[in-house]
Design a protein around this ligand. Structure first.
Ligand SMILES: C[S@@+](CC[C@H](N)C(=O)[O-])C[C@H]1O[C@@H](n2cnc3c(N)ncnc32)[C@H](O)[C@@H]1O
Length: 300
């Protein structure tokens, strides 16, 4: 959703921007080009391979960017408060991550059951799959994957790992295929389990909650936050974050009782009421964008 992001952030010469999920650097390059000749960009990614790829792409903008490895939840620790005109979070997994069998993100390639965006992190998908209690696995599959057969699949995994640990993506996919052959389904039966495991291994929702607070702090007044999500729970988190800030009143406690509301100046406004979705052209050329949604909030 490059065009939509550029329209929303409207990068300008002299502007300061942050890309919290710099990935291969496509958005970052476009932001630096659009803010020529002297716009600046801070970029981070948890994945050192992504960061190296971004470094190669951005080298032509020498002196105008700073890249650091780490989570966007820590951006406020190295980017000054109130300094940015625009911040982008393009959540989820990248194509290079999905396509590399060794990273273990996909059941379409056989590889180690890893799924870490940050390879120095201790928790891998294999640790989770081979040590979590059956109830915890089922909860992850249901809450993060929306997998209706969550309990059935969790029980099958626990049974399978009793004879031998599940160490590869293929082994896990085969356990799932055996109990849930997926006849008549559009997607492979392991799709939701793999998505749920990836989100759990990388604590993606926890990072998003902390990250929204962090990037809000580095935005200046009039600055815009653009977030691309790929999962309904992520979109809900962003929507909730925005709603809290556009509200023109506060209320005591956690229940909004109209009689107890106190007026206040809102902290933000939505750029558009509804989430934006990819154009038909983008959907045709990039099928992975089909569940993407973009929300943009402007700090007042
Ligand atoms: C969809 S890709 C971003 C692609 C990028 N916008 C581009 O133009 O190439 C998502 C990236 O976000 C990174 N990522 C996910 N969660 C992160 C987090 N909490 N902090 C930093 N990077 C994160 C992933 O490692 C991945 O490289």
């Amino acid at each position: 959703m490059l065009d939509e992001v550029l329209k929303a952030l409207a990068p300008k010469a002299g502007g300061v921007y942050a890309d919290g999920t710099v990935g291969g650097g496509n958005h970052a390059v476009a932001i630096l080009e659009a803010s020529s000749p002297d716009g600046r960009l801070y970029g981070c990614d948890r994945d050192p391979l992504a960061l190296a790829a971004a470094g190669d792409r951005l080298a032509v903008f020498q002196g105008r960017y700073e890249l650091r490895r780490g989570t966007f939840a820590d951006l406020n620790q190295w980017v000054a408060a109130g300094s940015c005109d625009g911040v982008l979070l393009d959540l989820g997994v990248s194509s290079p991550q999905l396509d590399c069998a060794e990273r273990g993100f996909s059941f379409q390639h056989d590889g180690p059951l890893d799924m870490r965006m940050d390879p120095d992190q201790a928790l891998t998908a294999s640790v989770l799959v081979n040590t979590a209690e059956v109830e915890d696995l089922a909860r992850v599959f249901w809450e993060l994957g929306g997998e209706r057969q969550s309990r059935l699949l969790a029980r099958a995994i626990v049974r399978a790992r009793e004879s031998r640990p599940l160490e590869t993506t293929r082994q896990l996919a085969e356990v799932i295929e055996r109990v849930s052959p997926g006849r008549g389904r559009k997607a492979h039966p392991a799709t939701k389990v793999f998505q749920a495991l990836r989100m759990a291994v990388n604590d993606e929702l926890g990072n998003l909650r902390a990250g929204l607070e962090s990037v809000w702090a580095i935005l200046k007044s009039g600055g815009r936050l653009a977030v691309i999500t790929f999962h309904s729970l992520e979109d809900r988190t962003v929507k909730h974050f925005g709603r809290e800030r556009v509200r023109e009143y506060t209320f005591p406690g956690s229940v909004d009782v109209p009689e107890l509301r106190q007026p206040r100046a809102p902290e933000a406004r939505w750029l558009s009421r509804r989430a934006m979705i990819p154009s038909a052209v983008e959907l045709a050329t990039n099928p992975r964008s089909r569940s993407a949604q973009l929300r943009v909030i402007e700090k007042i």
